[in-house]
Design a protein around this ligand. Structure first.
Ligand code: EPU
Length: 421
């Protein structure tokens, strides 16, 4: 596996462009299974997870062609079973269940197990499909969903940790071709759900309320091909904003949507990070900022996102005082803490809360990336630390950040990708 060598202690400077959103493009790619006609998705980030999803769709019989940042998908004829190895490797692949069930009347995927950030069940996805009339069978690690016909229903999709993003996506897709009306209560409100609804609507679906807790889908007999441009990746934008603040650099982040990261901008403001906010760009003026502390709890959208929690924790190691970060979405999402400690951070954990004593000088060391966002936190820490930080297993980073090494280099960071020989 490749690793990244970071020469720390340099402020990021300049401009950077955000790529299309990973968590929007994956369900949108899955949605192309709902039609026999070709679809074109633009601004698809060139990421490992996106190629994986392409491979899964191909294994289901679709024709998938990548060309630059576009992907064309033609699911003319599909089968209900794909490549289990690929499906098992990527949790996001669970969102093929809804569209295949809807189109074929039967779908089977490998039941996703736990991952480093928690147990990640799919009970709510299944509850939704059951409410539309599907029968569920779990056997030997696989889940099979079957329905001669799907019929709209009212479904409450809120769980112990709040709404589910991919569960909402799955049910929305399943309901597009169902008979009658489906109402999802306690639906996820994330921008990625709104983007999926926009694509489904372009395909001929009848959906209202996406982006609010109540989404209504009126089933239609068939969907047709469509073109769509994916929204910018809000977590990538936030990661660059936090990296700029942490290195006390001045960075303009372009082709993003500030309205998607209001909670993050609000917390950075609370931490005295100076910023100029426009609709589609954010200028972080880290050189003028003396970072203060924050008290943050992760929440579903429009609250502070769990996917930007680890990065903020790195920033708080540089703050003037003690910060408190509570993780409420995933029970085990503090894998970055032990690695940050190795770089000299002072962090203690009490249950799901991390207490970060700021003002520590970080010094470079070899560290291990454990999941995508933990990796991003370590990259930021490496940029801040004195000396060299070697980040091993950047496989995770490549799943979710397009050309991150090149983008950081462009901003004046010293980042070298070491290829495994
Ligand atoms: N949950 C259940 N039952 C379910 C589904 C979820 O209890 O059936 C729980 C989860 O265990 C978790 C909470 O509900 O505690 C929220 O999980 P959710 O279903 O919303 O997560 P997801 O849809 O599987 C997506 C993103 C994640 C992101 C979360 C939360 C994709 C491919 N993944 O996952 O992204 O953290 O929403 O916003 O869209 C990442 O990009 O690094 C990443 C992990």
């Amino acid at each position: 596996m490749d690793s990244l060598m970071i020469e720390g202690g340099r402020s990021l400077q300049g401009e950077v462009e955000v790529s299309g959103a990973k968590n929007a493009v994956l369900p949108i790619m899955a949605a192309t299974l709902l039609t026999e006609e070709p679809c074109l998705i633009r601004r698809a980030p060139q990421l490992r997870d996106v190629r994986f999803m392409g491979g899964i769709l191909e294994s289901l019989g679709a024709k998938v062609e990548f060309s630059g940042d576009s992907v064309s998908i033609h699911a003319g004829k599909i089968r209900g079973r794909g490549n289990y190895d690929l499906i098992r490797k990527m949790r996001g692949s669970v969102c093929i269940l809804g569209p295949i069930l809807s189109r074929m009347g039967e779908a089977e995927v490998a039941l996703p197990g736990g991952c480093v950030i928690g147990t990640r069940p799919i009970d709510l996805h299944l509850k939704g499909m059951q409410a539309l009339g599907a029968s569920i069978q779990i056997q030997e690690g696989y889940v099979r969903v079957r329905a001669d016909r799907l019929v709209g229903n009212q479904v409450f999709l809120g769980g112990r940790m709040g709404p589910t993003v991919l569960g909402t996506a799955n049910l929305m897709m399943a309901a597009t071709l169902a008979e009658g009306e489906t109402i999802i209560d306690s639906a996820a409100c994330e921008p990625e759900i709104v983007d999926l609804a926009k694509f489904l609507t372009a395909m001929g679906a009848d959906i209202t309320g996406a982006g609010s807790p109540t989404v209504t889908i009126r089933g239609v007999p068939a969907l047709h091909g469509a073109e769509h441009e994916v929204i910018p990746d809000r977590i990538e934008a936030a990661t660059f904003a936090i990296a700029a603040a942490a290195t006390r650099g001045d960075v303009r982040i372009n082709r993003m949507k500030c309205e998607h990261i209001r909670a993050i901008i609000d917390k950075l403001r609370e931490a005295n990070v100076q910023m100029s906010v426009e609709d589609d760009s954010l200028l972080v003026r880290g050189s003028e900022s003396v970072c203060g502390t924050v008290d943050v709890t992760t929440q579903p959208f429009a609250g502070y996102p769990t996917d930007a929690q680890a990065q903020l924790m790195t920033l708080m190691t540089q703050a003037d005082g003690i910060s408190v970060i509570t993780e409420r979405i995933f029970e085990a999402r503090f894998m970055h803490v032990s690695e940050l400690l190795r770089l000299g951070a002072d962090i203690s954990i009490e249950g799901t809360t991390a207490i970060i004593k700021g003002g520590q000088t970080l010094s470079g060391a070899p560290v291990m990336a454990s999941d995508l966002r933990a990796s991003a936190a370590l990259v930021i820490a490496g940029m801040v630390a004195e000396g060299q930080t070697l980040i091993n297993r950047i496989y995770h980073l490549d799943r979710g950040y397009e050309k991150i090494d090149e983008k950081l280099e462009q901003l004046g960071g010293r980042v070298t990708r070491l290829h495994e020989t």
